[in-house]
Design a binder for this molecule. Structure first.
Ligand code: ADP
Length: 417
């Protein structure tokens, strides 16, 4: 109890005793006076003790208990934090924590092994300065917004890394680098297998196709439907093999054979191809809204664009309209194939560029499809840093656009120059 509190209590007790004594004296009963005085004093003390208990509860003993609870909690949290740090330090993936300015705040052991970071000297340095000359330099300089796949590890060039940069907290970032060498080796085995099988199938198919051409259905009319079907199927198989070989070539990461791609003659060829495939069943229009040319591989671009044109013809019923458009955009230029065909339900759109993915297998086969066309388109566009955009409405038609950045645009070559 505090000194003023005690003084007040004592004063109350003495006051009570005097009051009771005076009262008792007044009525002339001393014993009763003393008992009354004792009762008043006890009552005053009880009230005081109760008040003291409440005060103590509010100010002294309970905060101590809270402090103890907080202390235990903070101990538990720092243990958890230590466990988390130990786990992150032991991760096989490189993990680097960056502050708002891009300075290295923390990194784990795998970052030393894979990225070549050194402690303590690299702590606090700018990551971009530290790794500018490494294989990650261009990616970091471009802002590292998109994940980077299959890049040699700066400190272990024989290993391949998959990199990702994730923002978190208050302008902080976490850079993760995973060793994907095994995955890339498996991918290589898959690519080689497909390329070898396709290549091996090519020769026997050419022989079968050649002999089928020699067979004249008129010599054996009863076999005519069989021969016709065998020709169709051998042609289909030949097309699948050619498409697989094309995909294998695109995947080998061979440098792009870049040249000036004159768009006017290419667009004219595409229109002719569409007319030939359509056999007059569709209304086909070419809208050349710009004379801009492209910088890239004529062969690959022709293959990609003609896949889109052939799809539009194959998936648009007779009397439908097909429009080829070449135009400038804010970002660069766009080649679009629009049709008024069957359209594609929204749930299929994301998977269309997967190999052998078809919305309707029977419709694809009946029209001579291989299921590889859009996969080829995607690969070719990737190699030209371009993107494929697909919009479609079932029953109304589809729009496939190839969007090129301005760095791929060239002024047309003037023949009189
Ligand atoms: P396919 O050889 O089967 O046409 P693609 O890879 O070219 O293979 O296309 C994949 C699938 O996307 C096709 O099977 C078809 O279902 C759908 N598709 C492609 N283009 C169109 C289009 N213009 N209209 C409707 N569906 C289309």
């Amino acid at each position: 109890m505090s000194v003023p509190g005690f003084a007040a209590t004592a004063a109350s007790v003495i006051g009570g005793v005097i009051l009771a004594t005076l009262l008792g004296a007044a009525i002339g009963q001393t014993l009763l006076c003393l008992s009354l005085a004792a009762l008043i004093a006890a009552a005053v003390l009880l009230v005081r003790v109760h008040r003291l208990g409440v005060a103590v509860e509010n100010s002294r003993f309970i905060p101590d208990a809270r402090y103890e609870r907080l202390r235990l909690r903070s101990r538990r949290l720092s243990l958890q934090l230590r466990d988390l740090r130990n786990a992150a330090a032991a991760l096989p993936d490189a993990a680097v924590l960056l502050d708002g300015e891009g300075r290295i705040r923390w990194f784990n052991h795998a970052s030393e092994d894979l990225l070549g970071l050194r402690r303590p000297q690299d702590r606090g340095t700018l990551l971009i300065e530290r790794l500018r000359e490494s294989t990650l330099g261009p990616w970091l300089e471009s802002g590292a917004e998109k994940p980077l796949n299959d890049v040699p590890a700066p400190n272990r060039p024989a290993l391949r890394l998959g990199m990702v940069m994730m923002p978190f907290g208050h302008h902080q970032r976490l850079m993760l680098g995973r060793d994907i060498s095994d995955l890339m080796r498996l991918e290589q085995v898959r690519q080689d297998f497909v390329a070898n099988v396709s290549h091996e199938l090519r020769t026997p198919l050419t022989v079968i196709h050649g002999y089928l051409e020699l067979l004249d259905p008129e010599d054996q009319p009863e076999l005519a439907p069989v021969i016709a079907e065998m020709r169709v199927q051998s042609e289909r198989m030949g097309q699948i093999v050619e498409d697989l070989l094309m995909l294998s070539r695109l995947e080998t990461h061979q440098p792009l054979q870049e040249e000036h791609v004159a768009m006017r003659p290419l667009l004219a060829t595409l229109r002719k191809e569409a007319l030939a495939l359509s056999h007059g069943r569709h209304h086909i229009e070419l809208q050349e809204r710009t004379d801009t040319d492209l910088y890239g591989s004529v062969r690959e671009l022709h293959s990609a664009f003609s896949n889109l044109v052939s799809n539009a013809v194959r998936y648009t019923p007779t009397q439908g309209r097909i429009t080829l458009i070449w135009e400038r955009t804010d970002e660069g230029a766009r080649f679009t194939v629009e049709d008024t065909g069957y359209g594609i339900p929204a749930n299929h759109l994301a998977r269309l560029t997967e190999r052998f993915y078809r919305v309707s297998s029977s419709r694809s086969r009946d029209t001579g499809g291989t299921g590889l066309g859009l996969s080829i388109v995607k690969h070719v566009l990737n190699r030209h840093q371009a993107q494929l955009h697909i919009e479609s409405e079932p029953g109304h038609g589809s729009r496939f656009s190839c969007r090129f950045g301005s760095m791929r645009l060239l002024k047309p070559i003037r023949l009189d120059a």
